[in-house]
Design a protein around this ligand. Structure first.
Ligand code: MEV
Length: 302
């Protein structure tokens, strides 16, 4: 038998890095998805844009971990993704959740979405060293979500404006960036904690603005968050170029999304301004992708 399951990538409106220290974050699933197709087989193979392997922690660490942690019989797994890898858009979480969802269905394991999101989070932690539950949770449930790590998750009104991603096409390692921030936090705990407190506050006051669809104000807060991410050392010259190109083209906001270092920026813009923001990001040397927020989390294909 064969099962196909897909799961979305995500953007952060507020709270990357701060969320690793228990602070609130707001993230949204987007219309870019990863699909896992699982077929029972006499030999385990994993096929993706990274290559074809068996269980292989060098090439396919996340998928290898998914297969081993569920202790399922031999399978062939094919991963197809619209989400650029290592870009801060939750590509690994989407691959993990799509794979777990497909294996769960194919082998009738009876896990509900909470159990799948929790296992996905543990897999990300094992592979990356440190990971908040944000990426795997948003990929499982979809929508625009506020996360208070270890406490609660609440679904917010779906973001309804234009979303433009600007990919620097420079690979960024979440593990390394989280480690760099940890070192800075160890050296300057009071300074770093006050930055994280401020980011936490941005998430808190952002909720009401999202509910009343005031994306201009949401954007002002996102721009503040970008400055704070730069302050904790996860910016880069190219990320800044794309951020300012998007803002100059009329975006309400533009900020790093995800771990930073390379990877992507996210800009919010009115539908009328999306084309100009896309051109400005491309002209500044990035790769722009216009997308929308998505209600859909993990889905088994018919
Ligand atoms: C990476 O997409 C976001 C970080 O906050 C790490 C995490 O939440 O696991 C940097």
């Amino acid at each position: 038998m064969t099962t196909t399951c897909s799961a979305p990538g995500k953007i952060y409106l507020f709270g990357e890095h701060a969320v690793v220290y228990g602070n609130r974050a707001i993230a949204s699933a987007i219309d870019l998805r990863t699909t896992a197709t699982v077929t029972e087989s006499n030999k385990t193979t994993i096929v993706s844009s990274l290559g074809t392997t068996g269980i292989d922690y060098a090439v396919h660490p996340y998928i290898s971990r998914c297969i081993e942690s569920l202790a399922v019989p031999a399978v062939s797994i094919r991963i197809d993704s619209e989400i650029p890898v290592g870009s801060g858009l939750g590509s690994s979480a989407a691959a993990v959740i799509a794979t777990l969802g497909a294996l769960n269905c194919e082998f009738d394991l009876g896990m509900d979405s909470t159990a799948l999101a929790e296992l996905g989070h543990r897999i990300e932690q094992d592979v990356q060293g440190a990971a908040s539950p944000t990426d795997t949770l948003v990929s499982t449930v979809g929508g625009t979500v506020m996360i208070t790590p270890g406490v609660s998750t609440s679904r917010l009104r779906l973001i309804e404006c234009g979303i433009v991603i600007g990919d620097t096409e420079e690979f960024s390692s979440t593990k390394e960036l989280v480690e760099n921030v940890r070192i800075l936090h160890e050296r300057y705990p009071a300074v770093m904690n006050s930055i994280f407190d401020t980011i936490d506050h941005l998430s808190e006051i952002g909720v009401a603005m999202i509910e009343r669809r005031d994306y201009q104000s949401v954007g002002e807060l996102m721009n503040i968050d970008h400055g704070l991410l730069d302050a904790i050392g996860v910016g880069s010259a190219k990320l800044s170029r794309l951020v300012y190109a998007a803002r100059d083209a009329g975006a309400w906001s533009a900020k790093i999304t995800g771990a930073g270092g390379g990877g992507c920026i996210v800009a919010l813009a009115s539908d009328a301004d999306v084309a100009a923001v896309v051109s400005a990001i491309n002209d500044a040397g990035g790769h722009a992708i216009a997308t929308k927020a998505s209600r859909d989390g993990m889905m088994i294909a018919d």
